[in-house]
Write a protein that binds this ligand. Structure first.
Ligand code: PHE
Length: 349
C-alpha cells in the first residue's frame, strides 16, 4: 500500500497511556476534517489502520459534499473490552485534544463512533480545532440522517423507478445516534416493513418506538428487504457476506462499509446496487462546517443536505452509463470535483 497521507501522528497519551492516532490525509482543498473515534481494537495497530483508511475516505467525502476541506481522522484505540471510567475518558479526550492542537489547525475533529457532542467540549478544553460542541453546531447526527434519507430516495428512484419510500422495506443495521434518526425518518416516510438490529440489546427500545421488528445483526444483514441500511461500524460487506445478501440495494451512513475495494465488484455482479458511503454520509460535515464556518441558515443547510440525493443520483447514473460500479463512479467524481475546486482556487490567486 502506498503512503499518501500528508501527516500521521501516533502518540502515547500523556495522561491516559492510550495510543492516540491522528491521520491527516489531505489538506489540498483546505483544513482536513473528520471525527474522533474511540473504540476497542484487538491491537492498537488495527486502530492505526482504521485511521489511515477512514481519513482517506473523509477526503473523498468532503470533495463529494462540495466542501473546501480535506480528510482526517482521530482514533483513540482502546484495548479489547475496555470500559473507561469518567476520569479515564476525560484524560483520553484531553490527550487527543493535545495531539490535535499540536497540528496547529491543519486538522479539526468532530464526533464519531464512541464520542458525542459533550466529548467535543472536553477535547475543546485543549484545542480550538473541534466541531459540534453543544454551544456551536451541536449534534450532527440528525443532519447525517437527513442526508441518508435523501440518498435513500435517490437509490429508490434508480432501482425501483420512484423516489417514494412509502411501502418499501428496510433493514437498519445499527441503532446508534445516526441509525436511530434514520429509523425514525423512515417510519415517518411511511416505510412498509422495518427491521432493525444493534449489538447493544438496550437499543431494542428504539426499534420498538418506531414500530420496527427487532432482529439479530446477522439476520438484519441478510434480510430479504428492498434496502439494507448499514449504520454501525465499517467492514460489514465482505466476500463471505455478499453471497448471503437478500436485499436489492444498500445505502447507509456507516463509514468504510466494504472490507476491500473489490467487494464493490462482487455486489455489482450480484445485481445489488451499493450506494458509496462517502456520498451517503456527508450530511454531518455539511451541517457542521456550514453552521460553524459559513454561518448559513438552517434552510440553506437543509437544501445542501438534500443535494446529497442529487450527487448520489449523478453517481448511480454515471455508473450505469459507463457499466462501472458506483464505487468507481464516486471515486471519479470526487477526483473531478477536487480538481475543479483546486483549479478555481488557483484562478482566484
Ligand atoms: N463522524 C463525522 C463524519 O464521519 C465526523 C464529523 C462530523 C467531523 C462533524 C466534523 C464535523 O463525517
Amino acid at each position: 500500500m502506498s503512503f499518501n497521507h500528508r501527516r500521521v501522528v501516533v502518540e502515547r497519551g500523556r495522561r491516559s497511556g492510550l495510543p492516540i492516532v491522528v491521520a491527516v490525509h489531505s489538506t489540498v482543498l483546505g483544513q482536513a476534517i473528520g471525527g474522533c473515534r474511540m473504540v476497542s481494537y484487538p491491537d492498537w495497530r488495527d486502530g492505526l489502520d482504521d485511521a489511515l483508511r477512514l481519513s482517506a475516505a473523509m477526503t473523498d467525502k468532503a470533495a463529494l459534499a462540495g466542501l473546501p476541506h480535506g480528510g482526517g481522522k482521530t482514533v483513540i484505540a482502546l484495548p479489547p473490552d475496555k470500559a473507561l471510567s469518567p476520569v479515564e475518558r476525560r484524560d483520553a479526550l484531553h490527550d487527543a485534544g493535545d495531539v490535535i492542537n499540536g497540528l496547529q489547525g491543519i486538522y479539526a475533529t468532530g464526533p464519531d463512533v464512541g464520542t458525542g457532542p459533550a466529548d467535543m467540549v472536553t477535547i475543546g478544553a485543549r484545542t480550538p480545532y473541534v466541531f459540534c460542541r453543544p454551544d456551536a453546531s451541536g449534534d450532527s447526527s440528525p443532519h447525517t440522517a437527513a442526508g441518508v434519507l435523501a440518498a435513500l430516495r435517490a437509490v429508490a428512484a434508480e432501482r425501483f423507478g420512484s423516489p417514494d419510500l412509502a411501502g418499501r422495506s428496510f433493514a437498519v443495521l445499527g441503532l446508534g445516534r445516526v441509525g436511530a434518526h434514520v429509523l425514525r425518518l423512515l417510519a415517518e416516510a411511511g416505510a412498509g416493513n422495518l427491521l432493525a438490529a444493534d449489538v447493544n440489546p438496550a437499543r431494542r427500545a428504539v426499534a420498538d418506538e418506531h414500530g420496527a421488528t427487532w432482529t439479530t445483526p446477522d439476520d438484519c444483514l441478510t434480510a430479504e428487504v428492498d434496502v439494507l441500511v448499514p449504520a454501525a461500524l465499517g467492514g460489514v460487506l465482505t466476500r463471505d457476506v455478499v453471497p448471503q445478501l437478500a436485499c436489492s440495494a444498500i445505502a447507509g451512513p456507516a463509514n468504510n462499509q466494504l472490507d476491500h475495494p473489490q467487494t464493490a465488484d462482487l455486489l455489482h455482479e450480484r445485481g445489488i446496487l451499493w450506494a458509496p458511503d462517502v456520498v451517503v454520509s456527508g450530511g454531518g460535515i455539511v451541517h457542521a462546517t456550514a453552521a460553524e464556518l459559513h454561518h448559513e441558515t438552517e434552510a440553506q443547510i437543509a437544501a445542501r443536505i438534500e443535494g446529497i440525493g442529487d450527487t448520489l443520483a449523478k453517481v448511480l447514473r454515471a455508473a450505469r452509463e459507463t457499466s462501472s460500479t458506483p464505487a468507481v463512479a464516486a471515486a471519479r467524481l470526487a477526483e473531478f470535483l477536487a480538481g475543479e475546486r483546486a483549479a478555481s482556487m488557483l484562478a482566484a490567486c
